[in-house]
Design a protein around this ligand. Structure first.
Ligand code: AGV
Ligand code: CA
Length: 313
């Protein structure tokens, strides 16, 4: 059966690569896309999303802009990446953009798409949860029409990936950008798959992975992702603040090929204030989620390549 997926992302390199991959999955129908200006600037991220759908998509998908704002902003140099992707020649062979821009803002667009869908919708979020939190406040009826939320975010490890002066380093960035939104979603009874740092730490961008993509650049979709991942730093000797992982791509792949990952139930709460804000912490009396804690990395990279090889353009 075809799974209906609504995708909300925040325009990073791996968010945009995720969009390409999601549109190529055979048993998936993308019923809408929206972009939130967290780890990106909105204009180029929306533009790049529409052009990726134009260039590689197989059916029409609307793209909506989010008007949400977060609590803790992403570093501007990371947010710049969307401009670079949007400017790649492979996305700019023609001048006109055909993929429609939605009239409504992201959270209202998502509400419409969930209500219009006869089946239950799978939500894929690869940025902060702000638009979902707002949608639940606006239209509590959608909750029962959501099959599950697959979210890249959070961690139960001692070390997160936020290295900011007023923070203790325990949070993951998507949770840190808007901790209250995580708390709001945690109040709901939506089933959640949390693709947390436990598993994404296992899929760093390395020069070996880049080399493999380079050797396959005769396939336009693989050439495209090689160009995208040339914009961000790989893991060479040790992990730095800017080292890139395939966070969102793993999250997206876990929908297309669930066998790639291992999950277990963890009850948790989220810190919304103070130096640990955005930290997700195990708590027996907290709300359950399926923590994606392990991945077969080799199979994951093979899956990416197989999927993108099939993209005939
Ligand atoms: O925390 C991971 C999330 C993912 O959704 N993002 C990047 C992915 O799109 C934030 C982030 C953490 N570290 C980063 C990030 C880095 N070094 N560069 C860019 N973004
Ligand atoms: Ca992201």
């Amino acid at each position: 059966m075809t799974k209906k997926v609504y995708f909300n992302h925040d325009g990073g390199v791996d968010d945009l690569v995720s969009l390409l991959m999601l549109t190529q999955m055979e048993d998936i129908r993308v019923i809408g896309v929206s972009v939130i200006p967290a780890d990106c600037y909105l204009v180029p991220a929306v533009s790049a999303s529409r052009k990726i759908i134009d260039r590689f998509g197989k059916y029409q998908i609307e793209v909506a802009k989010s008007d949400s704002r977060g609590k803790n902003p992403f570093p501007a140099d990371w947010r710049m990446h969307a401009w670079y992707v949007d400017a790649l020649p492979i996305l700019n062979e023609t001048k006109d953009v055909r993929t429609p821009l939605a009239v409504k803002p992201a959270h209202l667009h998502m509400i419409d798409k969930i209500r219009e869908n006869e089946d239950k919708t799978t939500l894929l979020f690869t940025g902060p949860l702000t638009d979902l939190a707002r949608a639940l406040d606006e239209a509590p009826d959608i909750e029962e029409k959501i099959d599950k939320l697959v979210w890249m975010g959070g961690t139960f490890l001692k070390e997160g990936n936020v290295h900011e002066p007023e923070h203790d380093g325990t949070a993951e960035w998507n949770a840190f950008w808007d901790p209250e939104a995580v708390a709001r979603v945690w109040e709901s009874s939506i089933k959640v798959d949390m693709v947390a740092l436990e598993s994404t730490n296992q899929v760093p961008l390395t020069n070996e992975v880049r080399g493999r993509w380079a050797s396959l650049r005769k396939y336009p979709a693989i050439d495209f992702i090689g160009q995208c991942y040339a914009m961000v730093p790989p893991l060479v000797y040790f992990v730095t603040n800017s080292t890139y992982f395939l966070w969102d791509v793993l999250t997206t792949a876990s929908i297309g090929m669930p066998e790639l990952v291992k999950k277990k139930t963890v009850n948790s709460m989220v810190h919304t204030d103070g130096p640990s804000q955005g930290r997700t912490e195990e708590d027996e009396s907290g709300r359950p989620a399926q923590l994606v804690y392990d991945v077969c990395a080799e199979q994951f990279f093979d899956y990416m390549i197989d999927l993108l090889k099939k993209t005939d353009q």
